[in-house]
Design a protein around this ligand. Structure first.
Ligand code: F6R
Length: 610
């Protein structure tokens, strides 16, 4: 949620252009409002408004702003409505201090009042403004910008990062206190940003930061300090090998479609990771723990449900799948020093997951295994060990290829564990692993090729539908929930994903003539799903089936049902492949409804708030 970018440059001609170019790469983090503060001749110029970066740039000519330093912010609204006054960056009491934040300040109400009571002019209802005032306040006391920034952090409670500057000082300062932050050193400028993609247009020389650290950026140098005592830290500059083009659409109309089409490559790359020597550590972590929890949110949680079935079937190992925000009230007292929390997060920054990570670490409650996509994220740095999803950048707000990668990781680890603990015999385990490592990329490609046109055609028939269900059974439980989440998220329809045998326990009453219900099934479970299909068919509901074409299903179904047919594949690949037609269906439906699936309203890709 929200993205900040700060740049200090030797060249005052193009600060606006650079900030817009770099910030555009953070669009997935927030698109409610945009602002740029640029400093020219020791005067701060601030332009900001509601809208996406391209809209606001067109209206306010952000790209033409001049200066040798500046801060830009893209906002996903939490504290304060998405209005111009709440847009960031903000000034302090006078237009001397300028700054912007990402995250949440939890003592917002009390601190805002305290500032007002002590004479601060607070203009907005946005918590980011308080960061600038906190620096302003301590500058009054110390007359020193470094100290002011360092001390300001003690007034601010929450998880956040901010960048701040002063009109008459050449440097920009930035702090990391629970939200992501990365810095870069280019040949003509230095940069700090909420995420790596916005650094790449400037440089590949990056510095990763940890919580409790602050930065001072000059045109040629980035210095890192510990906030607690102001001690300078020696942090190496690393060269990233990530290609800037990874964050571009590459000829596709949307990132979402590009990312769906990247899944055959993901299937190949993630297996490369799993076949590496670190896999032994991951397997041991799982084997040597007592209670094993799988904690994740949204799509990552849906993948975790699929994972739980794999662990049961292939390894005979119980995983307890928990929603990130539910974990503490539901399971915190059941943790002990032998427990394992498998924390699954694309961004590696989701606050609900960070809360679990912190609980385990601070109280020594067992181990954590991260499954994470964003390199340099908090989860990657702080988990005891982590499995990279190997997806490259996922820019589109709806998760597709990262969900896909997670399901492959679970299937692979479960098969390996099953082989080691004897739940599978050796040949059986080898066969499953060969299917995953050798055959899956080709099946994935075929599933995309086959279902693309079917999904596109089916989407056209659903444009007037406002309400539907997506049901799965056994292995396809998580897949159906994921399909429903995609439809809700990017089509603004109510689509509930649930277990198909539960449907008759209440929701079935919604079915009238032509009410659509999607059933996701595999040949292993279709004997049962047929019962559930018949219950809907008997009430004249509209049946849509996702899965392999099978005789036993066809025998029971009228010929005019909609079939999103995935290619015939080894049984255990089915749950991985079945999501593809659902991703495509939601994509085409979203486009048909005139929605930009990459930037669904009200959402943000990285949710660093509670
Ligand atoms: C849905 C989606 C979200 C995320 C959720 C968790 O398409 O993207 O539901 O899956 O916000 O995010 P991560 O995996 O970054 O923790």
């Amino acid at each position: 949620m929200c993205g900040i970018t700060g740049i200090v440059t030797k060249n005052s001609e193009n600060i606006g252009e650079l900030l817009v170019k770099c910030s555009r790469k953070l669009t997935y983090r927030g698109y409610d409002s945009v602002g740029v503060a640029a400093v020219l001749n020791n005067e701060v110029h601030l332009r900001k408004d509601v809208g996406t970066i391209d809209d606001v740039d067109k209206r306010l000519k952000l790209s033409s702003m001049l200066g040798d330093r500046g801060i830009a912010q893209l906002r996903w609204a939490t504290y304060g409505a998405p209005t111009k006054v709440n847009a960031q960056p903000h000034f302090g009491c006078k237009p001397v201090f300028y700054g912007a934040h990402n995250g949440n300040i939890h003592n917002y109400a009390e601190y805002r009042q305290e500032l007002i009571d002590t004479g601060h002019i607070v203009r907005s209802e946005n918590d980011g403004e308080l960061c600038v005032h906190a620096v302003d306040k301590y500058y009054e006391e110390t007359g020193d910008m470094f100290e002011a920034v360092r001390r300001s952090v003690s007034d601010l409670h929450g998880a956040f990062a901010f960048a701040v500057g002063r009109a008459d000082e050449r440097e920009i300062y930035s702090v990391k206190m629970g939200s992501s932050l990365v810095a870069g050193v280019g040949s003509n400028e230095t940069i700090v940003s909420s995420d790596l993609p916005s650094i790449l247009p400037v440089t590949k020389q990056v510095i990763y930061l940890k919580d409790g650290e602050m930065l001072r950026l000059t045109p040629s140098e980035v210095e890192v300090f510990r906030i607690e005592d102001g001690k300078k830290l020696n942090r190496p500059i690393e060269t990233t090998d990530i290609d800037e083009r990874a964050a571009e659409k590459g000829g596709y109309p949307h990132f979402m479609l590009k990312e769906i089409h990247e899944q055959p490559m993901v299937a190949q790359d993630v297996i490369g990771v799993l076949e590496g020597k670190e896999c032994e550590d991951w397997l041991k972590l799982i084997e040597e723990s007592s209670n094993k929890y799988l904690v994740a949110c949204g799509s990552s949680h849906n993948a975790g449900i699929v994972g739980t079935y794999y662990f049961n079937k292939l390894a005979g190992i119980p995983l307890i799948p928990a929603i990130g925000g539910q974990f503490l009230p539901m399971y915190s007292n059941t943790l002990d020093e032998d427990s394992l929390c498998i924390l699954v997060s694309q961004s590696g920054e989701t606050k609900d997951i960070m809360n679990v990570l912190n609980l385990v670490e601070e109280n020594n409650l067992g181990k954590t295994l991260g499954i994470v996509n964003v390199i340099g994220s908090t989860l990657m740095f702080n988990a005891d060990s982590y499995v990279p999803m190997a997806c490259g950048y996922e820019i589109s707000v709806p998760a597709t290829k990262t969900y896909f990668s997670q399901t492959i990781i679970f299937a692979y680890l479960a098969a390996k564990l099953g082989e080691r603990n004897g739940n599978l015999d050796r040949d059986e385990a080898r066969e499953i692993i060969t299917h995953l490592s050798k055959d899956l990329p080709k099946y994935t490609q075929t599933a995309i090729d086959r279902t693309d046109i079917l999904a596109k055609n089916l989407a056209r028939t659903l444009v007037d539908v406002k309400d539907l269900y997506c049901l799965g059974y056994g292995f396809t439980d998580g897949v159906a929930r994921e399909g429903a989440l995609k439809i809700k998220e990017i089509c603004y329809n109510h689509c509930e994903g649930m277990y198909s045998s539960e449907f008759k326990h209440g929701p079935l009453s919604i079915v009238t003539e032509d009410y659509p219900v999607i059933f996701v099934t595999t040949p292993e479970d279709s004997w049962m799903v047929i019962n559930h299909i018949n219950e809907v068919k008997a009430r004249h509901g509209r049946i849509i089936v996702v899965g392999e074409r099978e005789e036993k299903l066809e025998a029971y179904l009228a010929s005019n049902i909609d079939y999103l047919e995935v290619p015939k594949a080894p049984l255990l690949l089915n749950p991985i492949l079945d999501v593809i037609p659902l991703q495509l269906l939601s994509y085409y439906l979203s486009v048909d409804l005139g929605i930009n699936p990459d930037l669904p309203r009200n959402l943000s890709k990285t949710l660093t708030v509670d």
